[in-house]
Design a binder for this molecule. Sequence first.
Ligand code: KG4
Ligand code: ZN
Length: 355
Amino acid sequence: MNVLGIETSCDETGVALYNAERGLLSQALYSQVDLHATYGGVVPELASRDHVRRLLPLVKEVLASAGIDKPDAVAYTAGPGLAGALLVGAGTARSMAFGWDVPAVPVHHMEGHLLAPLLEEGGPDFPFVALLVSGGHSLILQASALGDYLPLGESVDDAAGEAFDKVAKMLGLPYPGGPNVAALAEKGDPGRFQFPRPMTDRPGLDMSYSGLKTFTMNTIRACLKEAGLSVEGKISGDALPEQDKADIARAFEEAVVDTLVIKCRRAMEQTGLKTLVMAGGVSANKRLRASLAQALSKEDVTVFYPRPEYCTDNGAMIAYAGALRLLQEKGESLEISVRPRWPLVELSQPSSSTL
Ligand code: KG4
Ligand code: ZN
């Protein structure tokens, strides 16, 4: 069974073909990073229009490189994400499925991220604890089986990726923020600033990142003053000496990483499980990967994370999630609907896995 996967929830057009017996046959990704860079963030209308332009050529490319004329199903991201961008993928996917007379499978974007590490050879088995950290979500959940996801904790305000992106803007770094903050942090002095570890002094697994943004802004202001630079009007860390910026980026990154490590360690204790799966764009962060693996190895926990291209948005995770879901799902109406807001816990659990 060949499943074509379509991802258009934000600023990446991702297409892939997954074969249930042979694994991933081909994939292609078009990133809109350059398109949005001028604006410092994703412009939803531009994103939708660009998905319209890129999607069909990518579908043709993926099918041709796999040597397949027609897949057996089309899986697409139905939410959460940007409404217009989702509609481009959903409309195109369902039209193709209708034309080919094959099923169309709506996929939850975060379930795609959650299952991405299972795409790898030697990937984890259920049950596991999952840390899902992306631009729109920060959550820790217990994944007992496909579709059986128990939320253990989440961010009460900004998502971790969103905080990285906002701090990047404060420091005058280009979009996308996360990788740029991480690169700059490499040159930073870890001992210069001590940022707080929000919500770690109380029990529970919820997280908060908006206070770290304020702390970052206050630190930028103090550094500007120290350097004799203006702190009038709209403050930007762009004017700061490179070393100041790097030290701030380092302190911020370490605070986010430490917080996530503390929460994950608690989640492992609470559930008694020995497998932690990281997914979502922020799981590409090297310091987070290394710190989690190191901290949890002492507790005999194995940490799985996908290769970097499966951490951020891609078509492979959607094709794969669609394949896993396909045989359990009931026939769907021809109505094209998307869910820009869609809590992962509202996903139903299939009665049994057939793959
Ligand atoms: O999963 P993703 O591609 O899209 C969403 O579903 O949101 O995640 C994108 C997020 C962005 O906020 C980006 O800044 C962050 O992941 N990100 C990183 C890194 N790479 C991507 N954050 C920290 N360090 C990274 N290396
Ligand atoms: Zn994503």
